[in-house]
Ligand binder design. Structure first.
Ligand SMILES: *[C@@H]1O[C@H](CO)[C@@H](O)[C@H](O)[C@H]1NC(C)=O
Ligand SMILES: *[C@@H]1O[C@H](CO)[C@@H](O)[C@H](O)[C@H]1NC(C)=O
Ligand SMILES: *[C@@H]1O[C@H](CO)[C@@H](O)[C@H](O)[C@H]1NC(C)=O
Ligand SMILES: *[C@@H]1O[C@H](CO)[C@@H](O)[C@H](O)[C@H]1NC(C)=O
Ligand SMILES: [Zn+2]
Length: 572
């Protein structure tokens, strides 16, 4: 999971954003610079479609029975204890892991499997458990009605390594799994063992209650989500597609954003992610003749490379705000349910029909919080640079690698074309040949020879990934079932007294294991049912990762309702 650029709408506009003082809105100077006075009265409404809470009906008694069980002190202790045990097995994944079978660092996953099997004997007895590529896991709970498409719950066993130099900063040691009465401590407590363990505890208590599913339930557990995902989800995807077919699942739920509480107005915003940005690393390399530094040309390869970098940074990708995009619905939901000034609400309303207002709405949101622009545009970050070997030798080669996160509406090809068209004029001006992604694009080809200076664009690290398909936010389909379940869980929770729960779709800036699962269903959700104060002891991927035990129980309540709801609904 991405090291969490949280943007709970409730904290401000999709914001990083406790940092953006709310009073900003009350500053008249900023108002008038952002808003034109609107003459007409907007007629359209803000679009943030919501469903009602969905509680199990057929299984109402079972749901209530389990709810009572989950509310006990003993149950919370039990759940914390299992999670603690899972944390104590350090299933670290590394960027340089060799494939399974060729690297003994995978062996720790054996211990993890043993732990799962001894913690959940009922599951191993009753469900079909399949090991894919040795350590990937699939649990299959056969439903009685084979016409109903199964649901797929996903998670991962691996964790980000603990930096040994930070161990003394941990309040409880990173693999202690210590439960202090409030928090369960350790690497993986949140990402992603809370998701995995709460899924398995849910299945286990349902088995114990002699629940017999109509709809098949499948759980898939990756092993290298924090690295490339190829050994785990990459292989699981092939297995799952072969066994269940293309589009074989009614919905897929993997880790992702959670919910945030709004202290101001008693609204809880839950933010299931409906899409993920794409990805590509592009290398720009400039080759030019070497020689002695005492007789240099006007531009060395480093200078020419710099010109390209400057040109690209001067031409960032446009932040495109489309009504059909996830960010639009997201923004509408925020503005509708948050305490924003009426000017912004009016602008948001107009933006649903008027193109000029759409742009103004976008600019207003970005000026309050630049993070909003990051969601809307393909980002570029020049992250690596290399060039030159000796101070008295002209560099024959200089290069940078630019990391891109590709916007929902864009594509890998569009990113490549953007770089080609930005760099081409420089190549032309300085008489450089340009070759891009394996093609000779431009340049004085007739005088090409070995010493011809050139710019070479190429994909670095074979990382290209298109933006994911966008999950449809249909209220009478899987999105509706998920939304209704989230609402039911939160509205019936002892932990909150929310006046309102709003489900507002969001988009992921990073990638999860779901990038391998596109063929399995159109209805992919990245959502972890967890509050913004449940894992914020110190965040994930850093020291003092910890999760509230109450939140673990809350997740179990959520998975229980989700499984029961999916079992009774025909609309999946
Ligand atoms: C805040 O909550 C009150 C009471 O539910 C409601 O009347 C008001 O409209 C809410 N404010 C916003 C901005 O939603
Ligand atoms: C591009 O030009 C170089 C230098 O002239 C040549 O060696 C190479 O084969 C060309 N590549 C393609 C794909 O045409
Ligand atoms: C290319 O450069 C090398 C060394 O700088 C030189 O010896 C050679 O003659 C050059 N070739 C051409 C075609 O200019
Ligand atoms: C999805 O299906 C397409 C078409 O059959 C196939 O080429 C591709 O490899 C599949 N993707 C994954 C990740 O399995
Ligand atoms: Zn994760």
């Amino acid at each position: 999971m991405l090291p969490s650029l949280r943007f709970f709408p409730s904290l401000c506009i999709l914001g990083v954003s406790l940092l953006v003082p709310f009073t900003l809105w009350r500053n008249d100077a900023i108002y008038s610079s952002i808003f034109r006075p609107q003459a007409e009265t907007p007629s359209s409404d803000l679009t943030c479609p919501q469903v009602s809470p969905i509680f199990p009906v057929v299984h109402a008694a079972l749901d209530q029975h389990l709810n009572t069980l989950y509310g006990t002190h003993e149950f919370r202790l039990y759940a914390s204890d299992v999670l603690g045990g899972a944390i104590r097995i350090p299933t670290e994944s590394y960027d340089n892991l060799l494939p399974v079978g060729q690297d003994e660092r995978w062996n720790v996953f054996r211990d993890f499997h043993d732990f799962l099997e001894s913690s959940f004997p009922r599951i191993y007895l009753s469900l079909q458990v399949t090991r894919v590529n040795t350590y990937g896991l699939v649990f299959h709970w056969q439903g009685s009605d084979t016409k109903l498409k199964p649901i797929l719950l996903a998670s991962h066993q691996d964790v980000v390594p603990v930096d040994p130099t930070t161990i003394d900063q941990w309040i409880h040691s990173p693999y202690s799994g210590y439960y202090d009465g409030t928090w369960v401590w350790g690497r993986g407590s949140v990402d992603d063992k809370a998701d995995l363990i709460s899924q398995l505890i849910t299945i286990d208590t349902l088995l114990e209650s002699e629940f017999k599913p109509k709809r098949t339930i499948v759980i898939a557990v990756g092993i290298d989500e924090e690295a490339t995902g190829t050994e785990g989800a990459g292989k699981l995807a092939l297995y799952l597609e072969a066994k269940y077919g293309k589009d074989g699942f009614s919905l897929l739920l993997d880790e992702g954003e959670g919910y945030g509480e709004n202290a101001k107005n008693g609204t809880i915003f839950a933010a299931p992610q409906l899409s993920e940005k794409g990805y590509i690393d592009v290398r720009i390399e400039v080759l030019s003749p070497g020689g002695h530094s005492s007789v240099p040309p006007v531009h060395t390869s480093i200078g020419l490379l710099s010109l390209s970098v400057v040109a690209l940074e001067k031409q960032p990708h446009v932040a495109e705000f489309r009504r059909t995009g996830t960010a639009f619905v997201s923004a509408q939901c925020n503005v509708k349910y948050e305490d924003y000034p009426s000017q912004l609400k009016d602008l948001a309303r107009l933006a649903t029909v008027d193109d000029k207002s759409l742009l103004e709405f976008r600019d207003a949101l970005i000026s309050v919080n630049p993070f909003f622009g990051v969601m809307l545009r393909t980002t570029q970050a020049v992250d690596l640079v290399e060039g030159g070997v000796k101070v008295n030798a002209l560099p024959e080669k200089a290069s940078v690698v630019i990391n891109h996160r590709i916007a929902e509406h864009s594509s890998v090809t569009e990113v490549k074309n953007h770089i080609i068209s930005t760099v081409s004029p420089i190549a032309a001006e300085y008489g450089l040949a340009l070759s891009a992604f394996g093609e000779n694009v431009s340049g004085p080809m007739h005088i090409q020879h070995q010493n011809q200076s050139r710019i070479i664009l190429s994909e670095a690290f074979q990382s290209a990934l298109e933006p994911s398909p966008v999950t449809p936010a249909v209220l009478d389909g899987p999105y509706g079932v998920l939304s209704g379940t989230i609402k039911a869980t939160l509205e019936s929770s002892q932990r909150y007294e929310a006046e309102r729960v709003v489900v507002a779709p969001s988009l992921a800036l990073g990638n999860t294991d779901t990038r391998f699962y596109w063929n399995l269903t159109r209805h992919i959700f990245r959502y972890s049912h967890r509050g913004d104060r449940d894992d914020m002891y110190n965040g994930l991927h850093t020291v003092n990762e910890a999760v509230r035990a109450d939140s673990l129980v809350e997740q179990i309540r959520f998975f229980t309702k989700l499984i029961l709801n999916c079992d009774e609904t025909q609309t999946l």
